[in-house]
Design a protein around this ligand. Structure first.
Ligand code: CU
Length: 316
């Protein structure tokens, strides 16, 4: 879509608002370049023209009214013009148009959760159809975050106890990165998500497929658990190969005795894992930050059992 001489300075262009924004940006850039060249050019020309080897008499100058009026009026008009243009683009990007498709966004240290009107939920992935106005209604469970999709040129604070909103309309299918752009704690930089823009028919198919509530019993539980650990993003903090990421590795975890921050020790059994998933910050493993989020209310007992089976299977 719409490219200009300064595209290489800008993120991708995912919406009409983004391309209007690009136009304004390049207008400001061209003006800056024009005046840079003009002013430096005049300065250099005068340096040359009035060099002391050429001119030995100092000219006594006391200002020039018409010049002063010119260089007051021209920049004033330009700046007001830029303001008006910026205001129009800002108005369009700021207010969600009526009839937009609504998705609720919940920020939590350190991930983005999305809730759709038909009961679907996703973590770390916002899935929308192309060519539809999407309104995001946003709040936070803990601290102030900021929801930022550079390719759409939209950014908005996400505040606990308050709803804020933003909107965009994607112009082509594809993927865009979503950032948290407000420092929100130790793992702020991990707080990424993906905006997936699907063609309308593909999106409808995704929208209509019922989330499997029945577990697929033809798959062994540890395999189901592996899928769930990926779905709930456990794997962004826990490895399966023995290496420590943000949390301890799942390899050879089951049956181990852990030292806890309270000074007690605990045997890693089924109950310990279940408790950790539901109430992680009560008493953590020594040597790790207490940053694991609670999955209370999001994960079912069956799913917890499958994840336990998965962790149990990771034994040498
Ligand atoms: Cu954040």
């Amino acid at each position: 879509m719409n490219t200009n001489a300064f595209s290489y300075l800008l993120p991708g262009t995912g919406s009409h608002v983004a391309s209007w924004w690009n136009d304004l940006f390049s207008f400001v850039m061209w003006i800056s370049i024009f005046f840079f060249v003009l002013l430096i050019g005049i300065t250099l020309a005068f340096v040359y023209k009035y060099h002391h080897k050429k001119v030995d008499k100092v000219i006594d100058s006391h200002g020039n009214t018409s010049l002063e009026i010119l260089w007051t009026i021209v920049p004033t008009i330009l700046v007001l013009f830029i303001f008006a243009w910026g205001w129009l683009v800002y108005k369009k990007m700021h207010r969600p148009p009526a009839g937009s498709f609504e998705v609720r966004v919940i920020g939590q240290q350190w991930r983005w959760k999305f809730a759709y009107n038909n009961g679907k939920n996703t973590v770390g992935e916002l899935i929308v159809p192309v060519g539809k106005r999407i309104k995001l209604l946003m709040t936070s469970e803990d601290v102030i975050h900021s929801f930022f999709i550079p390719d759409m040129r939209v950014k908005q604070d996400v505040v606990p106890g308050l709803y804020t909103a933003l909107w965009f309309e994607a112009i082509k299918p594809g993927e865009h990165v979503i950032y948290c752009s407000e420092y929100c704690g130790g793992l702020h930089s991990n707080m990424l998500a993906t905006l997936k823009v699907l063609p309308q028919d593909e999106w409808l198919e995704w929208w209509r497929t019922q989330e499997k509530t029945e577990r697929d019993l033809s798959i062994p539980p540890e395999k189901r658990g592996e899928g769930l650990a990926a779905k709930y993003a456990c794997m962004s903090c826990h490895s399966v190969d023995g290496s420590s990421l943000i949390g301890p590795s799942f390899r050879n975890l089951f049956g181990r005795t852990e030292k806890l921050t309270s000074g007690k020790s605990a045997l890693v059994d089924e109950d310990y894992i279940r408790n950790k998933i539901l109430k992680p910050n009560s008493d953590g493993v020594v040597g790790y930050p207490q940053v694991m989020p609670s999955f209370q209310g999001q994960i079912s007992e069956e799913e917890i059992m499958d994840i336990i089976a998965f962790i149990k299977s990771l034994k040498d």
